[in-house]
Design a protein around this ligand. Sequence first.
Ligand code: NAD
Length: 397
Amino acid sequence: MPAKDKTVNVAMIGQGFMGRSHSNAWGQVSRFFNSPHKAVMHSVFGQADENPAAFATRWGWQNFSTDWPALVASPEIDLVDVVTPNKMHADVAQAALEAGKAVACEKPLAMSLADARAMAQLAKKKKANTYVWWVYRRCPAVALAYQLMRSGKLGRIFHVRAVYLQDWAGESVPLLWRFDKKIAGSGAHGDLNAHIIDMARFLTGQEVTEISGAISETFIKERTIPTAGAAGGIAAGSQGAAAKGKVTVDDAVLFLARMSGGAVASFEATRFATGNQNRNRLEINGSKGSLIFDFERMNELQFYDATAERAVQGWTNIMCTHGGSHPYADAWWPDAHLIGYEHTFTNMAADILRVQAGQEPVVPLSDFQDAYETQRVLEAALLSAKERCAVKISAVK
Ligand SMILES: NC(=O)c1ccc[n+]([C@@H]2O[C@H](COP(=O)([O-])OP(=O)(O)OC[C@H]3O[C@@H](n4cnc5c(N)ncnc54)[C@H](O)[C@@H]3O)[C@@H](O)[C@H]2O)c1
């Protein structure tokens, strides 16, 4: 008889937009990847008024709970997956760490630097496996960019030009938790700049050392208070009632940065870039070449090889779908049968299972300590915007 597969019993806390994308990933991962450990969708937590029983049945969770502290402490659970609004990340992750679990937490790591620091310190003390869902690292095109950069194809890095542009937050959108500082911590900044800061650090291998010129703006100062049943937020669509409440986060944050290897960088995150719905775009310029990734064309990586004969130098558009050549591609479909957003989560679940089994991920995962470094950059940019001055990251601890 073949040896029984080892299993990882997952408990997921939250059942909104990310609850659906993570459920899909945990359900698919062991079908598409030969994971050394198999994910078991043990239990999902949802608030009573969200009908967690129906969610569990629909997405394939074996059990449901309306009591997250009891669930994360259960001896049957190996890994706790945190997909709640930012405010809850610290409480849930710390309870899970105290109970000896591995923790996979949505980004940003926390809604404040203090929470992020406490989470990283506890993870270190508990020697726990921790993971943060920076899923764009796991687009095959971004993972390929990482491999090209590590092999020296770009040479010395001069520029990182990063934007994350969305346009969903017009004034008819009600006062979702994403507009409330007490629940989200910040707006487009923690939501979108967090991703491109992580990608810039991940791809270049350089740390941000100084921020300057940060600007923060809130275009819509008040929004209607959501009516009951508007849970699910931007993914489900939502409606507001007549009463209005104050928006307490940014709609857009832009800033400049210096990096430890001598590169200079610019970052822009906004929910008001009309016509750009999910344009997470990075351009990196080096002495030997350049790369461009744009999530709205996520299967492609653009590469400019400045070492090629001058007569044929030009941008190459690489379709990153070739199994054997492109990261993660061999788990999916034949060449040019494109993948989408949801596959990045499944790729990440596969890497988590590899690490849980003592193996290496395809490209590095971020743990709480690593995500704390991104949170320091977020904090420094907010300080720079508030004080209208340059801020050294070494001063933000
Ligand atoms: N990795 C990514 O690309 C990505 C994309 C979107 C969101 N996120 C992150 O995922 C997290 C969740 O975002 P979302 O879009 O799924 O939000 P959502 O609003 O769609 O869902 C949040 C879930 O948490 C539950 N919840 C809210 N308040 C709660 C409370 N006080 N107690 C218990 N449960 C509560 C909600 O009922 C819901 O099930 C956020 O941290 C967000 O930044 C990450």
